[in-house]
Ligand binder design. Structure first.
Ligand SMILES: [Zn+2]
Ligand SMILES: [Zn+2]
Length: 286
């Protein structure tokens, strides 16, 4: 799980400032140092559609623990303080995983103005008027329902790339964790190839990157988000910037399969990966 991780980067992790993690930030940083990572990013969740406190949303169904504005501030304040404290020991990157920027661009652009921030992952966790992918009940879904859901997913990914002000696109295809990995649906993904290529073309033109998210490798799905085929496609479309992330929500998962992620990058023809400082890519040779 941790082979070949030394000298690499893990640029997608969560701590107790994310709604779905209890991980202690100091333990995470100490673990990143022990693993010998060159750079390590904490990217707590900030869902643009859950920016305000529960009261703001009135009748809209809101999870009581979602208050992304508050969570974001707590994370970024704490991690920027630690970035200075740990300088000389590890390159700590102050990041955020911003969800649904394409739907709420004003909120997303406000977050982007934050000068404390080094790095923004642009992710899509939820479609409008639809449950978060992680919380959806897939049991009543037919094959056609799943295809319709994925059609919407990839068209919103395209919209997210059109907005495109993040540094890297987060975990493309991660919906397959639930659809294929946990619920056993088999989908002919080739129907999305052209749309994905278009999204990648947009990103490449803007000088933006994608991440190889290795969380799928430790889950039932068993592969990266996205897998090799798409990383190659990104390169073919002119993409130059790749980041690596474990998406760890627990200390034990930090750095997991990052070495395999780097191998995918190499196989796709990349000889370097990037972490970000003040949104500027810093390259690490593979
Ligand atoms: Zn995510
Ligand atoms: Zn994440």
């Amino acid at each position: 799980m941790f082979e070949g991780v030394k000298g690499l980067i893990d640029c997608h992790t969560h701590t107790r400032f994310s709604v779905d993690s209890e991980a202690d930030e100091i333990k995470m940083i100490e673990r990143a140092i022990d693993l010998g990572l060159t750079a390590y990013a904490i990217t707590d969740h900030c869902e643009a559609n859950r920016w305000y406190s529960k009261e703001y949303y009135g009748d809209v169904k809101v999870y009581p623990y979602f208050d992304s504005g508050k969570d974001y501030e707590a994370s970024v304040a704490r991690i920027s303080e630690l970035r200075n404290k740990y300088s000389g020991k590890i390159k700590l990157i102050v990041g955020t995983e911003l969800g649904q920027a394409q739907e709420f661009p004003e909120i997303a652009e406000n977050v982007l103005k934050d000068e404390r921030l080094d790095f923004m992952i642009g992710s899509l966790h939820q479609l409008p008027a639809t449950e978060d992918f992680a919380l959806m009940d897939y049991s009543g879904f037919s094959h056609d329902d799943i295809v319709a859901l994925l059609d919407r997913y990839f068209s919103h990914i395209y919209e997210l790339c059109k907005w495109g002000k993040f540094d890297v696109l987060g975990h493309l295809t991660y919906t397959l964790r639930y659809i294929e990995g946990e619920n056993g649906f088999k989908i002919d993904m080739s129907r999305y190839d052209e749309q994905i290529a278009e999204s990648f073309r947009l990103l490449a033109r803007k000088g933006k990157g994608i991440e190889i998210n290795t969380s799928g490798m430790r889950q039932a799905y068993g592969r990266a988000f996205p897998e090799l085929k798409y990383v190659k496609l990104f390169k073919d479309m002119g993409g130059e910037i790749l980041s690596l992330g474990s998406d760890a929500h627990f200390v034990e998962h930090l750095g997991a399969h990052i070495g395999r992620g780097a191998e995918i990058a190499r196989q796709a023809g990349f000889d370097r990966v990037a972490y970000f400082e003040r949104h500027k890519p810093q390259f690490v040779k593979l």
